[in-house]
Design a protein around this ligand. Structure first.
Ligand SMILES: [Zn+2]
Length: 270
C-alpha cells in the first residue's frame, strides 16, 4: 500500500496520507439493513459481507498561505502511520500551521500528540467544532467510558491552549471553510477546500452511503441526523461540482457523486 498520494485541486497541492487500514463486517457500516437488501448491493460492489475494507486517510493541503492537516489519525500508541508517511511525502510536521479536526473519535485525534504528550504539530493552531469539544470533554460523556479519559486528556484537554474553537459555517483559514455536519457526532464538521473539494469526514463512512444515505454506521451518535446531513452534503457536492473526500474511503479517498433517483452514486477518482 502506498503511503501517500499527491493530487491537485484548483492549483493547490493536496496529499492523502495513509494512516492505516482495517476491515469490519458489513453490519458495522450498514446497521440494521435486512440481508435481502444488503447482499446484492455488496455483491455488485465486490464487497465481502464479513470484511468490508476501510482506510484512515488524513489529508494534507498546502493552500500557498497555509499548510494544513485534516485529522491526525490513530496516533503512535495505536499504530497510526501518519508521521511515517508524512515523512515519506517530504512533509515536515513542524511546517504545518493548521490542524483541523472533523470530530473527536480516536482515529481522528490520536495523532494530535506524540507518545510523550507533546504537540505532534508544534507550530500549528488546532481547530475543532466548539460543540464537538464540549461534548467529548463533558463529564457525562467522559464517565460513560472512563477507560478513554487518559486518551482524551492527552489529545484534547492537556493541549487545550493549542485549540481554536469553530462555530457555525466559517472560513478557518483563507480557502478552507467549515460546514456543520452533525450526526456521526454532535459537533462533526465537513470542510470545503478552495471551493473544489468537499471533505465529508465520517458523515459518510463508506462510499455506499452516497447511494444509501439511510444506512447508518454503528459509530453514529445521532443516527436520525446522519441521513439529513448526508443529503445536504451530497446536494452541495453536485451543485458546486465538488470532488468528495471521505476519511475512511478507499485510498486515496476522493471521487465524484452523481444524482441517481433521489440519491447519488459514487465514482472513485477525479
Ligand atoms: Zn473515523
Amino acid at each position: 500500500m502506498t503511503g501517500f498520494h499527491r493530487f491537485n485541486i484548483g492549483g493547490v497541492t493536496a496529499v492523502t496520507i495513509n494512516d492505516g487500514q482495517f476491515a469490519r463486517p458489513a453490519e458495522t457500516f450498514f446497521k440494521d439493513v435486512p440481508a435481502a437488501e444488503i447482499e446484492p448491493v455488496l455483491a455488485a460492489n465486490g464487497l465481502a459481507r464479513d470484511a468490508v475494507p476501510s482506510w484512515f486517510d488524513p489529508l494534507y493541503v498546502d493552500t500557498g498561505q497555509h499548510k494544513v492537516i485534516v485529522d491526525t489519525g490513530n496516533g503512535p500508541e495505536r499504530g497510526g502511520q501518519l508521521m511515517t508517511n508524512l515523512q515519506a511525502a517530504g512533509i515536515d510536521p513542524a511546517d504545518i500551521d493548521a490542524v483541523m479536526i472533523t470530530h473527536a473519535h480516536g482515529d481522528h485525534i490520536g495523532g494530535n500528540t506524540t507518545l510523550d504528550g507533546a504537540l505532534a504539530f508544534p507550530n500549528a493552531r488546532y481547530y475543532i467544532g466548539l460543540e464537538e469539544w464540549d461534548y467529548w470533554t463533558s463529564e457525562e460523556v467522559l464517565n460513560l467510558r472512563p477507560e478513554r479519559i487518559p486518551f482524551i486528556k492527552q489529545n484534547l484537554l492537556n493541549i487545550e491552549s493549542a485549540f481554536t474553537f469553530v462555530e457555525g459555517e466559517v472560513e478557518i483559514v483563507p480557502g478552507i471553510r467549515a460546514i456543520p455536519a452533525p450526526g456521526h457526532t454532535p459537533g462533526h464538521i465537513a470542510l470545503v477546500v478552495v471551493g473544489r473539494l468537499l471533505h465529508v469526514g465520517d458523515a459518510l463512512h463508506q462510499p455506499l452511503h452516497a447511494e444509501y444515505p439511510d444506512w447508518i454506521a454503528v459509530f453514529d451518535t445521532l443516527p436520525e441526523t446522519t441521513p439529513v446531513t448526508r443529503r445536504k452534503l451530497m446536494k452541495m457536492a453536485v451543485e458546486q461540482e465538488l470532488l468528495v473526500y471521505g476519511f475512511h474511503f478507499p485510498f486515496p479517498g476522493y471521487g465524484r457523486v452523481t444524482p441517481k433517483g433521489d440519491t447519488w452514486t459514487w465514482q472513485p477518482g477525479m
